[in-house]
Design a protein around this ligand. Sequence first.
Ligand SMILES: Nc1ncnc2c1ncn2[C@@H]1O[C@H](COP(=O)(O)OP(=O)(O)O)[C@@H](O)[C@H]1O
Ligand SMILES: [Mg+2]
Length: 310
Amino acid sequence: MAIIFCENLTKIYRSGFWKLKKVVAVNRLSLTINEGEIYGLLGPNGAGKTTTLKMVVGLAKPTSGKILIMGKEPKDSEIRKNIGFLPEQPYFYEYLKGYELVYLTAQMYGKEVSSKRIYEVLELVGMIEAKDMFLKNYSRGMLQRIGLACCLITEPKILILDEPMGGLDPIGRKEIRDLIIQLKKAGKTIIFSSHILSDAEMLCDRIGILIKGEKVKEGTISEIVGEEIYEYEIIFSNVGEVYLPEIKRLAKDLIRSGDKWMATCEEEGKREHLLSLIQNFGGRLHSLIPRRKSLEEYFFTFMKEKRDAL
Ligand SMILES: Nc1ncnc2c1ncn2[C@@H]1O[C@H](COP(=O)(O)OP(=O)(O)O)[C@@H](O)[C@H]1O
Ligand SMILES: [Mg+2]
């Protein structure tokens, strides 16, 4: 079932003194997020990720288009309670302690939250030990986790996280990733944004790629990187020099290393042709490895193709 449904969402910002400067931050974006899913909204800086998430949360008003969350509008009070939002760069008062921040957040929602519940949430995000430290002494990863604790306090069904791994080192990223997976297991639906695509690779059920406010691609990771762009690496030896030009003609690259050669090619047809050539020339096949492009590589290739097409 679709828990979040957006149709033709558009956000145009007007800025400058006379409000004459127009920025189309999000352009006719349609999204359907299913219950229990982890959805990654990916794209470079300025793609419109934050604006999209803010509209879904009800913090920015769409210029046009429709958003329904569990069948209702984002500003519905019942819906608000069911959304936890972690902003991109949460600002916290430095002289609060972790526990106090979570407690105050709970109060802001007008909810009487037991200290047992606060401890539960702190435990979940791994912040029990640091609960009495001032926020100013927290690392970036700890701030991110205490921010998540605040999101979770009202027991929302949906979590919307804007660059939750932003500014973290590899270990910090992994901790947040593990936490997101744990939250999915607890039945949450999660949308997060990132410009670091490898974060999504290990986490998302589906991703959507935004470029200049438009969704240019959507699907499972394997649909996007696995099937679409495939490269084969063929390592062989024992092929006479005279035959190499013919192999080179078919291969994308042909590299020598010692007595072995490595040919790469992109299409299955060419791969079969290359393999039969190697066999016909009396060569020895050492390995045939399909190379899956990483999401990162895919993204750059995609951007380059777009730019070249302009
Ligand atoms: N409040 C605003 N006023 C004017 N332009 C804005 C505002 N917020 C964002 N933008 C512009 O909208 C575009 C999308 O921004 P944003 O949603 O922050 O992208 P992302 O989160 O993907 O980096 C950018 O060009 C940005 O400069
Ligand atoms: Mg952003």
